[in-house]
Design a protein. Structure first.
Length: 471
């Protein structure tokens, strides 16, 4: 090899400047305008300093801009002093982004998940568990003040939590991107954030996620036929169900996907016969074994669910209630333990698969099994009113929007007690307020930390109704 001469060095020097124009301009003293990504562009020249007062119902921190306007800030902690930039307005409400944390609030911690800011699932991971507990009480309080017509919260509200708030999720809903990678949807966008490990998911779900992260190109092409994918874990066989949700107009064969998942995974396709017939089993109090079809609703935090079910049965026994109607029964999560506790009742759900599974469990265990009905809660409760039936307990565990339309009918069944299990504090506050307006008394309000690291919670409200309170 010939030694490098002066001409070679000059050429290398020029090539470096050619390939690094920004560096060259800086070295030569010329001004440099660094391009900012579009989403970082600010409509205000300077970041504004904001003190974060509390966590708002959606999980954002809430503070005031220097002019006094309320601003919602993602990943902000109560007590934070922060510089906020990129303030935008949606429907007249200001949203900002943290530019820097000048002073941390007392419960701010470093989130342990590396993708928490992009995936958006664990929107309170920057708060300690105690900070999350406080935030959830504030969210509940806020709902009761704003929507519950100023209804005061009971003096004693229990908060039930288990463990360290990690590895609790037994069910994950994943999205598939155009390259066949799976992940969560980033907040307020349709972009899939690939996930190889989710710290709040049960270990078996993470085994499946790790496998999906290293699929061959061929397997990825197969996955591209799916819009979404649900992973459902249980302690008992089948321990893992992979539920494929196909893209529109695509028909899938489960057997083609089996090799994509850990051994012994049951793969089912949404809407198939197996979707309604493949069951997973969960332990409930009093040795009840819940059987949940792949297509049916199941609570995602099994440990907390056991506490919730146990507390409800305890509250019912304490009041010596004898009959019940469970209007949003799913697969019998509450119905079966209530029957096992010697109550008699009716169990309603609009989804047939869950009700049929619950009925089989009741029959096999020697419990009454003629009270399971598939249908709309309001329609069936109205039929009970027409038949002049009465129940000591009406139990309502509705979807997020709550039980507003069903409550007037529920009252006509003249229950001693109405128990509401709610995942949305705003719907809960509205529904409980209407029961209180009908003469009810809130006897118990318990917050279950069903979804640690997020602003979500499950609340059990037990409202006692006076005799003859029906409208
Ligand atoms: C939050 S889940 C609760 C299920 C069950 N209580 C549990 O703990 O697993 C709500 C249930 O309400 C059912 N549902 C939704 N709308 C309904 C309606 N209009 N009438 C009856 N059931 C309904 C859903 O199928 C679902 O099973």
């Amino acid at each position: 090899m010939r030694p490098r001469g002066q001409a070679d060095n000059l050429l290398l020097f020029l090539a470096f400047f050619w390939r690094n124009p920004t560096w060259t301009r800086l070295r030569l003293g010329f001004p440099v305008h660094l391009k900012q990504p579009k989403h970082m562009l600010d409509d205000r020249p300077q970041p504004e300093v904001v003190y974060v007062e509390r966590i708002a119902p959606g999980g954002d921190g809430l503070g005031r801009l220097p002019q006094g306007e309320l601003v919602f800030i993602k990943a902000a902690a109560p007590g934070d002093q922060i510089e906020v930039g990129n303030v935008t307005r949606r429907k007249g409400i200001a949203h900002g982004e943290i530019r820097s944390v000048l002073q941390s609030g007392p419960e701010r911690i470093e989130p342990i998940c590396p993708i928490t800011s992009s995936c958006g699932g664990c929107n309170l991971m920057h708060l300690s568990l105690e900070g999350q507990r406080q935030a959830k009480f504030e969210i509940l309080d806020d709902a009761f003040r704003r929507v519950g017509g100023g209804l005061p919260l009971p003096e004693k509200i229990e908060f039930v939590r288990l463990g360290d708030g990690l590895a609790y999720r037994s069910r994950l809903r994943l999205h598939v991107d155009r390259n066949g990678r799976v992940g969560f949807l980033s907040p307020r966008s349709k972009q899939v954030v690939p996930v190889e490990r989710c710290l709040v998911a049960e270990p078996l779900l993470n085994t499946a996620l790790a496998g999906l992260a290293v699929l061959s190109d061929e397997a990825r092409r197969l996955l591209q036929l799916c819009d979404q994918l649900e992973l459902r874990a249980s302690e008992l066989e089948p321990r893992l169900i992979a539920r494929l949700i196909p893209k529109p107009k695509v028909s899938l064969q489960a057997r083609h996907f089996v090799s994509l998942f850990p051994p012994d995974t049951r793969v089912v396709v949404e809407g198939s016969v197996d979707d309604a017939q493949v069951l997973q089993h969960y332990h409930l109090p009093d040795d009840v074994l819940l059987s949940v079809p792949a297509c049916a609703f199941t609570q995602i935090n099994q440990g907390i669910n056991v506490s919730l079910v146990r507390d409800l049965v305890k509250a019912v026994k304490l009041r010596s209630l004898h009959s019940f109607v469970d209007a949003y029964a799913g697969s019998g999560n509450f119905t079966l333990p209530l029957l096992a506790a010697d109550l008699v009742g009716e169990s309603i759900d609009c989804a047939a698969a869950g009700i049929l599974a619950a009925r089989s469990v009741a029959r096999d265990r020697g419990l009454p099994f003629d009270g399971f009905q598939v249908g709309d809660a309001k329609v069936l409760l109205e039929s009970f009113v027409r038949a002049r039936r009465r129940f000591d307990l009406v139990l309502l565990d509705p979807p997020r929007h709550g039980a507003k339309d069903v409550l007037p009918v529920a009252l006509r069944l003249q229950p001693q007690c109405i128990a509401i299990v709610a995942c949305d504090p705003v719907s809960l506050a509205r529904d409980v307020a209407s029961l209180v307006a009908a003469g009810g008394t809130i006897e118990q309000l318990t917050v279950y930390d069903m979804f640690p690291q997020t602003h979500h919670m499950e609340v059990l409200a037990i409202v006692e109704m006076p005799v003859g309170s029906a409208p």
